[in-house]
Structures are given as structure tokens and as C-alpha cells.
Design a binder for this molecule. Structure first.
Ligand code: PMP
Length: 389
């Protein structure tokens, strides 16, 4: 059947496709972006669910408002207050994961052909989503301190782009985090060039090294939106995220969401809120950070031991990913084909670029166990040595 024109430039998620190959148990996979399942508070969520049904009964199963469950929106606003950000709960829209927040932002903001600045490499799910609305991507490189501020300015000047989509904390895929100076500089550029920042922050709470820095939103003098998610803090299967949309954007987002799904599941919102209210969430997040720091340290140490020197890697201070750059002449796609033969997998970098670059790849360190990380990196190191020989 012939599909709509808008589907033409939109590719299937490459990662979802790769996950089909890497699901075999003999494969050590650093490919998916999966949190560690031991970090999911299953029993406590079950207790929260029991309490919701005991107290609310059938009303927990009723249709609800598009904006979301009021106590959950307030919980999010209160948490922002701890970072020095004053947020009205009314400016928060609960979404079905932050992926839906991206979709709602795309629907509400983008016209076909609109220029949108994106990090290079950039989050694949945003590239897929904004492609659907005909975005004209303008990539700007990432450096170790965050986005390349000079390049950002020249791209804004040259293209007149009105949007900048960014993941400033522990970015997917690179693991890079913007330092404070870069955050301030971005805020200043957004105001000067009348560009709206779409700040996606699903990993901000997962810092395990270095000093905390607040969202770029804290430095903004001009309109911006900020996306958040419970996927990495609690569990992705609940599919709960949000969009903080001040400056009169909420009404358009609500209309876009109504057309999409009326509202995010009210039952899971109530259960999540009960879980958050009845438990020490900070202690829970601290335990995730500790776990991921151990995983990251083991991966970094194994890389230093086994990878050839020509392979450059980031050493992230948080999040779930580490990024590797091969010499320019080497294709990560062909290394991937070799790696699969050695029962180890990663995500080749190509789908994270809008310009086809193929000498990078992403490693996830949250999901595999420490001994599988050591073994997998040793296998991958051997494979890289063979490919670079
Ligand atoms: N944004 C970024 C940068 C992500 O890495 C992800 C998860 N892969 C998402 C948004 C979507 O996450 P969720 O819908 O589970 O909140």
C-alpha cells in the first residue's frame, strides 16, 4: 500500500533492528540502551499498585485529564525546585515516555522544511521523530565540553534555525555532558539568535562522577522547553515522561496530545506517584548511580587494556553510554559484522548522524554484568586489532 509522503524519509529504528540480532544469549551486547533490570524496584511498584487499587478502586481505571495526574506533576515541579528551577505544575504535561514528548514538540512546533540544529552525533530517536515532520537538520559537532559553541553560533547565523534540540547531560549516544560555561554560552546564543532550545534530559539524575550542573533551562533568558523521563530513574516499561512547556506552549501541546492518545495511562501515573511518595527515591537513584559507576569503571579499564591506541573513547561522568571513534578510513559497520562473529555487539554510529559518518560506535555499559563487560571488551579489543591491522 502506498504510504504518506511523510513516511518516505523516516527509517525504522536501527537499534530496534539490531536488538533482534543481539538477543541471542551467547552474544554479549553493548548495543541496547537498556537500564539494568536489577535497578527496577519491582516489589515496591507492586506494593504501590496494591495501595492504589485498595484506596482508589475502580476510579483508578477511569479516563483522566490530558495534562496528567496532578500530584505527579507537582512532584516533578518540586524536584526541579531543588535544582533552583521554579516550575509551575500547570506547565508540566505528562507524556508516554519522553519519546512522546519529542513527538508532541515536533507536532506542535515544526513546519515542513524548518531548520533545526542537532548535535553531531545526535539522538537517533529525535532524528527519527523530527524527520516525520520534515525537519531540515543542521548538525553541530560535540567536543569534550559539550556542543562546539563557535560552530553553533556560525550555524545559527548562517541558517537562521529557530530550534536547537540538545541532550546536554550524558548525551545519547556520546556520553558527553556540557560543562557550566557551555550551558551559559548556549543560553546566551539562544536568546541572541531567537532560537528555542528543546532540552532533552533523561539522564541528568545519573551523574556518578564530577560536580552536578543544572539544566541549561536554569540559564535561559528566552523561551525553551525541557523534557524529562522516569525511564532511567524508575523503569522504562511504565512509559512515563514529561515536557515542561512554559511561555504559552502548553495549549498546543495538549491539543497535539489529545489527537494522539487523549492522555497517558492514568493507572500507571497513579502507581508511579504512589511509588515516589512512599519510598526514598534519592536512595534508589543513588544505588543506580553506584551500580553504573562500577560498570563504567570496569568498561573504561578494560578498554584501556584491550583496545588499540588508535581508537579514541569518551570517559563519561554519568549516564549509560560511551562513544568510540575509529580512524577515519575504518567503517564501524564492518567492525560490527566481525564483532557479531565473535559474539559481541555494539551500535555502529551511522544512524546517529544526518550526514552518513561511519567511523564511530556506541557502547552501553548499564545493562551487561561486570564480568560480561570485561569479557565482551576483551573480545571486541581483539576484533578491533584484527580490523585495524
Ligand atoms: N531522549 C533520549 C536522549 C533518550 O536516550 C531516550 C531513550 N533512549 C529517550 C529520549 C526516550 O526515552 P523514554 O521514552 O523511555 O523516556
Amino acid at each position: 500500500m502506498k504510504t504518506a509522503d511523510r513516511m518516505q524519509g523516516v527509517h525504522r529504528s536501527y537499534i530496534r533492528e539490531i536488538l533482534k540480532v543481539t538477543a541471542r544469549p551467547e552474544i554479549i551486547s553493548f548495543a541496547g540502551g537498556l537500564p539494568h533490570p536489577d535497578s527496577f524496584p519491582a516489589e515496591r511498584v507492586a506494593a504501590a499498585a496494591a495501595r492504589v487499587f485498595a484506596e482508589e478502586g475502580a476510579s483508578a481505571l477511569q479516563y483522566s485529564t490530558t495534562e496528567g495526574y496532578a500530584p505527579l506533576r507537582k512532584w516533578i515541579a518540586d524536584r526541579y525546585a531543588r535544582q533552583g528551577l521554579t516550575v509551575a505544575p500547570d506547565d508540566i504535561l505528562i507524556t508516554t515516555g519522553s519519546q512522546q514528548a519529542l513527538d508532541m514538540a515536533g507536532r506542535a512546533l515544526l513546519n515542513r522544511g524548518d531548520a533545526i540544529v542537532i548535535e553531531r552525533p545526535g539522538y537517533l530517536g529525535a532524528i527519527q521523530c523530527f524527520s516525520m515532520y520534515g525537519a531540515d537538520f543542521k548538525p553541530v559537532d560535540l567536543v569534550s565540553t559539550g556542543v562546539d559553541v563557535d560552530m553553533l553560533e556560525s550555524v545559527l547565523k548562517r541558517t537562521g534555525a529557530r530550534y536547537f534540540y540538545a541532550v546536554p547531560s550524558f548525551q545519547n549516544p556520546s556520553g558527553i555532558s556540557y560543562d557550566k560555561e557551555t550551558r551559559k554560552a548556549v543560553a546566551e546564543l539562544m536568546a541572541r539568535y531567537d532560537c528555542v532550545l528543546i532540552e532533552d534530559n533523561p539522564y541528568g539524575e545519573l551523574r556518578f562522577l564530577g560536580e552536578d550542573v543544572p539544566p541549561v533551562r536554569c540559564y535561559m533568558q528566552s523561551p525553551s522547553i525541557l523534557l524529562g523521563s522516569f525511564s532511567k530513574m524508575v523503569a522504562p516499561g511504565m512509559r512515563l515522561g514529561w515536557i515542561y512547556a512554559p511561555d504559552g506552549l502548553m495549549d498546543s501541546l495538549v491539543r497535539a496530545k489529545q489527537a494522539s492518545d487523549l492522555h497517558t495511562a492514568s493507572l500507571t501515573q497513579s502507581i508511579l506517584y504512589r511509588y515516589l511518595a512512599d519510598n526514598d527515591v534519592d536512595a534508589h537513584i543513588a544505588s543506580i548511580r553506584e551500580r553504573y559507576k562500577t560498570h563504567r569503571d570496569i568498561m573504561v579499564a578494560a578498554i584501556r587494556e584491550h583496545f588499540p591506541e588508535e581508537v579514541a573513547t569518551t570517559e563519561p561522568e554519568g549516564g549509560m553510554f560511551l562513544w568510540c571513534t575509529l580512524p577515519e578510513t575504518v567503517s564501524a559497520e564492518s567492525v560490527f559484522q566481525e564483532a557479531i562473529k565473535h559474539n559481541v555487539a555494539f551500535v555502529p554510529g551511522k544512524p546517529f548522524y544526518v550526514d552518513g559518518t561511519d567511523n564511530t560506535f556506541r557502547l552501553n555499559f548499564s545493562n551487561a554484568s561486570p564480568d560480561r563487560i570485561e569479557e565482551g571488551i576483551a573480545r571486541l579489543g581483539k576484533c578491533l586489532r584484527d580490523c585495524l591491522a
